[in-house]
Write a protein of this length. Structure first.
Length: 214
């Protein structure tokens, strides 16, 4: 059986062979059956790509919030024959996408350095670290995987690749660009309030001096 092509929209219900209104028990049974069949260790029917697709489908549909987001993206209850364009919001977001992807790579690289024995992060973990909506995060991860800068492990968690590390080291994204995409609560050491206040005052002073010099 051929696995879904990388980069294509994956219908998680189709992958698990269930109806969109299936309950959690049905999802669990379908996942268990397919995971046993396609797991890479199964010499007869193992399929690593299909196994990854099955894990992704299960992780999404077994989480109420992620399933709701997916249903909206899939177009349940909507007229999918009438697509919409985001308008000016698209152009506002366009320049931010590259920086968001760099921020995700920085998070994955940091994980590789600090936890080499467990270098992967799940989608759920990334959502707690990176400032991004679920669709924004999904889009960024799709790009990174297509470019070979990040890869999924056998549990569908993400980790940086050697190419991703080389990319970051060659591009050297600045902290000023990346840090706005990192949630403050996810920082190992958050900046002290006094430090942030001092930085704000310093910024105001520098802008004032710049006006005077002009």
């Amino acid at each position: 059986m051929s696995a879904p092509l990388a980069g294509k929209f994956q219908d998680h219900y189709t992958i698990l062979g269930i109806e969109p209104k299936s309950d959690s028990e049905t999802i669990q049974r379908a996942y268990a059956k397919l995971a046993q069949k396609y797991r890479p260790s199964n010499a007869a029917t193992g399929d690593a790509e299909m196994f990854e697709a099955i894990n992704t489908a299960y992780e999404t549909l077994s989480d109420r919030e992620l399933r709701s987001i997916f249903d909206q993206l899939r177009g349940l209850g909507q007229d999918v024959s009438l697509p919409k364009f985001s308008g000016f919001q698209f152009f506002d977001a366009l320049g931010r996408e590259a920086v968001r992807r760099a921020a995700i790579l920085c998070v994955l690289y940091d994980r590789r350095l600090t936890k080499p024995a467990a270098p992967s992060l799940s989608m759920r973990h990334l959502e707690t670290i990176v400032e991004a909506t679920a669709p924004e995060l999904s889009s960024a991860l799709w790009y990174l995987k297509q470019r070979g800068l990040a890869a999924s492990d056998d549990k569908s968690s993400l980790q940086i690749t050697v190419d991703g590390m080389d990319f970051l080291e060659s591009k050297q994204p600045s902290p000023d660009a990346v840090m706005p995409f990192i949630k403050e609560a996810a920082l190992a050491v958050a900046p002290a309030p006094a430090t942030r206040e001092a930085e704000s005052v310093l910024g105001t002073l520098n802008r004032a001096l710049a006006k005077v010099s002009v």
